[in-house]
Design a protein around this ligand. Structure first.
Ligand code: NAD
Length: 461
């Protein structure tokens, strides 16, 4: 991977310059009413384009219509509704109680727009992961350049059209393109960069941002472990794991990456999991309820991961069939640390099943690896759940469920270290795109005792 380019194509430089020129006026004119209006227009444009979006995502990677509505449309509309409901309160300056050290003052925190922001989106949820952050950025009063993913051309073209029809380019504009476009944008002195993608590219983004001391939110990925304990409700665990892993054919940043199942319940859990998979995706890789793999390159990557694991001794216990860009929900076991599948984020419909006897082994293993984006635990014992959570670190935790922690607008969504920096959603997203400005006002004219000439009074303070 190369460093960001220093020469910036004219249209990119011009788009940035337009937004930069508008930001001073916008600081004063883009209040609650204008921000709400922008969000209402965005919601209307999304609803108008629902069918076009279903078609684009079917074309880009065969996403079933229900998944488009559930995972691309609804999260953005929900984010808009939640923001419209709470924005007045979020924007209100927050009064802070006086402290003895600064008696006679009044203090407040004012949430201010950061300025011109860049949103770089990935391909796996190319619509909602571009527009979700846009909702927060607009709510906080910023102007925004969005760089959608080049891997989903039909959706990115639709998104660009929708933005053009809804906003003035001085407020929001989308610039399509691949790595070179992304790198040209990264060379500009944005006020904030919100990046969603892989940890490897996240490092490039952070290095580019450092050149201008631009703040970043990095929504990254990793291998999210899932524990099925001896006391788990196995039917429920199987249902949630099948849903969380195979929705979008496993191309979800918070999908369970691999399972640790207690040896005493392994057979019963596998049998329940097979049933759930058969029920949801009976036709395997041809199932109409299963999304495709985004492109040939990723389909080859997944076949390579599976092939490497099998060559090194892993056993396929369900699925394994692949044809073109489609791959069946696949379960494998007998995983060892030499296998690439044990090292790389899988990001596809292959689910390694590993067996454990002592939870300490699992905790040590999790702690020996980069901090995951999500950790899932299925068990009924409250004390055991608390112990696992206290002994590990991850962006989020799902207990007796998978992936829907994403849908709670009150919770911060984000990773920790290699799985991400900062958070999004609801008030957390608003704060990510805001500068919290401290304002302290002197209300009494008395000269403080701390001014020179110094006397012994200082010692009595
Ligand atoms: P990616 O990092 O390859 O690409 C993301 C974006 O970065 C794209 O717009 C791309 O054009 C741009 N890009 C790619 N290479 C670049 C480079 N060298 N310099 C500058 N920009 C570059 O990620 P992806 O393959 O699109 O998405 C998959 C990854 O994203 C997975 O790791 C997944 O876990 C993660 N992800 C995280 C979240 C989250 O919310 N935390 C959500 C979805 C996906």
């Amino acid at each position: 991977m190369t460093e960001p380019a220093s020469s910036i194509p004219e249209p990119i430089a011009a788009a940035f310059a337009h937004q930069r020129a508008g930001i001073v006026a916008r600081r004063q004119d883009f209040g609650l009413a204008e921000r709400r209006d922008a969000l209402v227009r965005l919601a209307a444009a999304i609803k108008e384009n629902e069918q076009a979006l279903v078609t684009a995502l079917a074309k880009d990677f065969g996403k079933p219509e229900a998944e488009v509505i559930l995972t691309e449309l609804m999260p953005v509309l929900q984010e808009i509704r939640h923001t419209l409901r709470h924005l007045r309160r979020w924007m209100r300056p927050q009064r802070i109680a006086p402290t003895v050290a600064v008696l006679g003052t009044s203090a407040r925190i004012r949430s201010e727009a950061r300025g011109v922001c860049l949103i770089i989106a990935p391909w796996n949820y190319p619509f909602s992961l571009a527009l979700g952050p846009l909702v927060s950025a607009l709510a906080a009063g910023n102007s925004v350049i969005i760089k959608p993913s080049e891997m989903t051309p039909a959706t990115s073209a639709l998104l660009t059209r929708l933005i053009e029809q809804t906003f003035s380019p001085t407020l929001v504009t989308a610039i399509e393109g691949g790595v070179e476009t992304s790198q040209a944008l990264l060379a500009l002195p944005f006020d904030h960069i919100f990046f969603t993608g892989s940890p490897a590219v996240g490092k490039i983004v952070m290095a580019a941002a450092a050149k201008h001391l631009t703040s970043v939110t990095l929504e990254l990925g990793g291998k999210s472990p899932t524990i099925v304990g001896p006391d788990a409700d196995l039917n429920r665990a199987a249902a949630w794991i099948a849903f969380g892993k195979f929705a979008n054919a496993g191309q979800t940043c918070i999908a369970p990456d691999h399972i640790f199942v207690h040896h005493s319940v392994k057979q019963a859990f596998l049998s329940a999991l097979r049933d759930k998979i058969a029920n949801a995706y009976g036709d395997g890789h041809n199932s109409a309820h299963l999304a495709g793999i985004v492109n040939e390159q990723h389909a080859r990557r997944l076949s390579r991961l599976l092939g490497d694991a099998v060559t090194k001794g892993a056993k396929v216990i369900l699925g394994g069939e692949a044809e073109g860009n489609r791959m069946a929900p696949t379960l494998i076991e007998a995983i060892t640390p030499e296998m690439d599948i044990d090292k790389e984020e899988i990001f596809g419909p292959i689910l390694p099943i590993m067996v454990y006897s002592d939870i300490e082994e699992v905790i040590n293993r999790i702690n020996a690896r980069p901090k995951p984006l999500a950790l899932y635990v299925f068990d009924k014992r409250r004390a055991e759940l608390d112990r696992i959570v206290a002994a590990t670190s991850s962006g989020s935790v799902g207990v007796n469920l998978t992936v829907i922690q994403y849908s709670h607008t009150g919770l911060p969504f984000g990773g920790v270290n290699s799985s991400g920096i900062g958070a999004s959603h609801g008030h957390h997203g608003f704060r990510a795109f805001s500068h919290e400005r401290a304002i302290l006002v002197n209300r009494f004219s008395a000269l403080p005792l701390i001014f020179p000439p110094y006397t012994d009074r200082i010692k009595s303070l």
